[in-house]
Design a protein around this ligand. Structure first.
Ligand SMILES: [Zn+2]
Length: 708
């Protein structure tokens, strides 16, 4: 089982297994190969020696930039920093990809060793006093340097990043900050490895018809496929979201639903060596201390200062405005489901493991909508085609399969992108299927970011966890899965269409509460009849989805939206509560993650039949790294933007309107972090949005439809 490495055990020079640099594929220059790493030759043992060499090289480059005798200029300081550390970045990107998408014991060991060392490395750079003096000098004289708008923005981003990392602090504070950052990195790694361990340890093997009761063929088939993969008999239910949610939706067996539900919500909360509660508590405490050292009231204020939202009040106001109608809607649904239970002769109170099951029954009744009827029309391949088609119509992109390109697992597929002028845009990898070596969730990442300074085209990856059909059959998605595919592909386009000079502001290097705009906006096209008519084709016959079914799918879109909204907002609120805590006084009892969660839910009035989408002990957004710590609200913040942005297309009467699409590309998808997010949005839409479009989109603007 993974253990937390104490910072005192760290050594700045990772113990390198004997691999000569000449034999190390990670140290080769694969830029000539379109930026594709030589995956087939990369082994876990290559990483530590490669990291050691790349870290040393980067540190030497930084020392030269910081110590040069010439007065600071944009070229000798900012541009030089932008060009430094290229090899380290390349190696780290490959490592992060494998550590998330296809890990094993050896890679997890490397991860535990490297995470604190990488944190130390970046912390040393960003708190380097001589270097910061140069950046500060460039910043102060920026107006007289004749910089273009992008260069001026890059200077500001450097200055802000260094200041927020503690570059201006006195030495003692810097030393403490360094300890905190290394400890946080070690804890973050332990946290994700623990979740993965709990996911791998759970398996409910269904053996006979009685245990399979209610499960439609598509679920049985994907469970069978899992059994084949593991070389076992029966139908193993595992803890990936794309297995758990359909199981809870369809299984007639209330006792088994409860078992799977408990397994899922207890990840990281099972006691023993994989329990994450103490890790989460320590991370929250360290973040609070870090925020104080940097001069902020708490971590939420620290986080929001550099986000689009700016203040906690702005965020809480938005969450509160959506919470109230969503809760009313969820309670109405709950009462209707309780009535359904009584009607069925059930004499029990609706529990969290019943919600999806009765919601499905209710949906069938109210919307005459049946998930199993939709599914045969949503094959993975058709949905990939649909996403590519949308990108083609909006941005003139063409996709060519590249089966010849090296991949990290046989299920991974690669495509070459070109523009309408035939020019190469970049390379896209899709890694779609769940497997034991992959962490749960879905995400986008870069193997190589776009930038003109070093002349790189982007190499972008989507990783998902869809259930794989057995024996080469077409894999069928739920509508939620298809939305996830579009969501991640929207992020991918943000990386692929990026057209900037400097890596600092390339692609998705924007504020966290703005970064979900390109992804969530892209989801809108999937829900358009025009697109579904063309791509929702039966996986066996190729027949289009019957018009009636299509109409019902669209009509049912907002069904159970109260539940989905509550399980999300509960996470966002708890995240803010947690990161608004002051550093504890000596002698304070340690934070009890379970009790804290309960108190937050109580405060907002969470119905007891609904649980948080991510409970704290497995809340990877907050604790695996921490990119979304005090930032989980970002999805809803971005949704205000995406709901309003899609309306810009609807207002023209053409969901592919070329003029609007061009503006969207210029101001958002291609622009990276060239502007403040609010400015970028205004450039696209001519104004900032209000929450109205979001409330309409979620179906909360109209009166809640009563059922009975
Ligand atoms: Zn996203």
């Amino acid at each position: 089982m993974p253990e937390i490495e104490a910072p005192t055990l760290l050594d700045n020079s990772p113990a390198a297994p004997a691999v000569a640099p000449s034999d190390n594929p990670l140290l080769e220059d694969w830029t000539a190969n379109g930026g594709v790493p030589p995956f087939s030759r990369i082994r876990a043992a290559h990483f530590q020696p490669a990291y050691a060499q790349a870290l040393a090289e980067h540190a030497a480059e930084i020392a030269v930039i910081a110590a040069q005798p010439e007065p600071p200029t944009f070229a000798n300081t900012i541009a030089a920093l932008e060009l430094s550390g290229r090899i380290l970045e390349r190696i780290d990107n490959v490592f992060q990809l494998l550590a998330g998408a296809h890990t094993d014991e050896a890679l997890m060991k490397v991860e535990r060793a490297m995470a604190p060392l990488m944190a130390r490395h970046w912390n040393q750079i960003r708190t380097n006093a001589a270097l910061f003096r140069r950046i500060d000098a460039v910043m102060r004289t920026a107006d007289s340097l004749g910089l273009d708008a992008e260069q001026a923005r890059v200077v500001e981003r450097y200055h802000t990043t260094f200041r927020r990392a503690g570059a201006a602090l006195e030495e003692r504070a810097k030393r403490r900050l360094a300890e905190i950052m290394e400890r946080l990195a070690a804890l973050g790694t332990a946290f994700s490895q623990n979740v993965l361990a709990d996911e791998q340890a759970f398996m409910l093997r269904l053996e006979d018809e009685a245990e399979l009761a209610g499960l439609p063929d598509f679920i049985r088939e994907s469970l069978q496929s899992e059994a084949t993969e593991r070389g076992i008999d029966g139908y193993p239910v595992t803890l990936s979201r794309s297995t758990v949610e359909p199981f809870l939706q369809f299984s007639d067996r209330r006792d088994l639903r409860e078992k799977v539900f408990r397994g899922f919500v207890m990840r990281g909360d099972n006691g023993g060596s994989t329990d994450n509660k103490a890790i989460a508590a320590e991370m929250v405490r360290l973040r609070a201390e870090r925020a104080r050292l940097l001069g902020y009231a708490d971590f939420v204020h620290y986080r929001l200062e550099d986000a689009m939202a700016k203040t906690p009040t702005a965020v809480r106001d938005l969450l509160g405005a959506v919470w109230r109608p969503a809760r009313a809607s969820a309670l109405t649904d709950r009462d209707a489901m309780q009535a359904l239970i009584r009607e069925d002769g059930g004499n029990f109170k609706l529990e969290p493991w019943d919600w999806r099951y009765y919601a499905e029954k209710l949906r069938r009744r109210v919307c005459d909508f049946d998930e199993t009827a939709i599914k045969p029309y949503l094959s993975l391949d058709r949905m990939i085609e649909a996403a590519f088609y949308t990108a083609g119509r909006l941005f003139g992109l063409n996709f060519t399969p590249r089966p010849d390109v090296a991949v990290w697992h046989p299920d991974v597929r690669a495509w070459q992108l070109s523009g309408s002028d035939g020019k190469e845009v970049g390379l896209f990898f899709g890694d779609y299927f769940a497997r034991a070596s992959k962490r749960s969730g879905a995400w986008m990442m870069s193997i190589r970011e776009q930038q003109k300074l070093g002349g790189d085209t982007p190499v972008i990856v989507n990783v998902c966890n869809f259930a794989k059909a057995p024996g080469g059959e077409a894999s069928l998605l739920s509508f939620e899965d298809a939305r996830t595919l579009f969501h991640e592909f929207g992020h991918a386009l943000h990386g692929l269409l990026s057209s900037v000079t400097y890596p600092m502001i390339a692609g998705t290097n924007v504020a966290t509460d703005f970064v979900e705009l390109p992804s969530q906006l892209f989801e809108h096209w999937l829900q358009q009849p025009e697109l579904l008519r063309r791509f929702a084709l039966h996986y066996q016959t190729g027949a289009p989805m019957p018009e009636q079914l299509l109409a019902r799918l669209i009509a049912a879109r907002n069904f159970n939206k109260g539940f989905a909204t509550l399980e999300y907002i509960a996470c966002a609120e708890t995240d803010l509560d947690l990161h608004a805590l002051p550093p504890p006084d000596p002698g304070d009892p340690p934070l009890d993650a379970r009790a804290f969660e309960a108190a937050s839910l109580e405060r907002i009035g969470m119905p007891e039949e609904i649980v948080m989408r991510h409970r704290l002990p497995h809340f990877a957004h907050l604790f695996s790294g921490g990119g979304y710590a005090a930032g989980y609200y970002s999805y809803m913040w971005s949704e205000v933007l995406d709901a309003d942005a899609f309306a810009a297309f609807e207002e023209t009467g053409d969901i592919f309107d070329p003029t609007t699409a061009q503006r969207l590309r210029d101001c958002v998808y291609a622009a990276g972090g060239r502007q403040e997010p609010a400015e970028a949005y205004k450039a696209f839409r001519g104004r900032l949005p209000t929450a109205d479009a979001l409330l309409r989109k979620r179906g909360f603007a109209a009166p809640v439809v009563a059922v009975n």
